[in-house]
Design a protein around this ligand. Sequence first.
Ligand code: PEP
Length: 255
Amino acid sequence: MNKSLRKAVIAGNWKMNKTPAETTELINSIKPLVKDADCDVVVCVPYVDLFAALDAVKGSDIKVGAENCHWANSGAFTGEISADMLKAIGVPYVIIGHSERRQYFGETDNTVHDRVRAALDAGLTIILCVGERLEERESNITMEIIGAQVKIALAGVSAEELSNIIIAYEPVWAIGTGRTATADQAEEVNGKIRELIASLYSQEDADKTVVQYGGSMNAKNAAELLSKPDVDGGLIGGASLKAPDFAAIVEAASK
Ligand code: PEP
């Protein structure tokens, strides 16, 4: 396994936070702090903040993402946003399958699969979230759950398309709880996700696939998590809303 085959990606997931004006302010604070980053930096923001974010990142290497997209190109889906719409306004990244969508909005492995297909067809880069709930970890079925999530999401995805997918391992019990997986726990699951990718595609494809960790990653614990060979960056919720904390994680990933 060679980590140098992959560039780490640090992505913020702002969830349902920040107005457009606050978006401009936060990105303007982040910009100078991450200008020397040696990793990819993405901010995933609410739909209404996308234009402000796209404008604010100009002149920097920061990329913008949405937090979800629909599986259809257009149609009678009141309140939804399609991958084509995101592409049309210049958004390059989208999070799919976040556990909060699975928990509160009826997201299933099958709808995740359909959204992945739509996002790939639109030419977006996907941050695909997978992760087990606490009771699943305690029942020792972590990899069964994650294996099914990955396999269903990637069904029909070609090796070429796989290069547009980042996998974020996010144990549900660690998201927004302040309870981080240990670096060894993150490494174990990330390594097994990579093994699964190798079995579904090839070792070469697996070595190129970015597998992030997400779940209460912060300025203090990032360096240890990111030092692990299979942890290629992070999906950051709470800490991405504070410029110095987010920048400290970007710095840890740049080492
Ligand atoms: C997330 O929302 O993907 C996340 C990891 O949140 P937090 O960092 O707040 O746990």
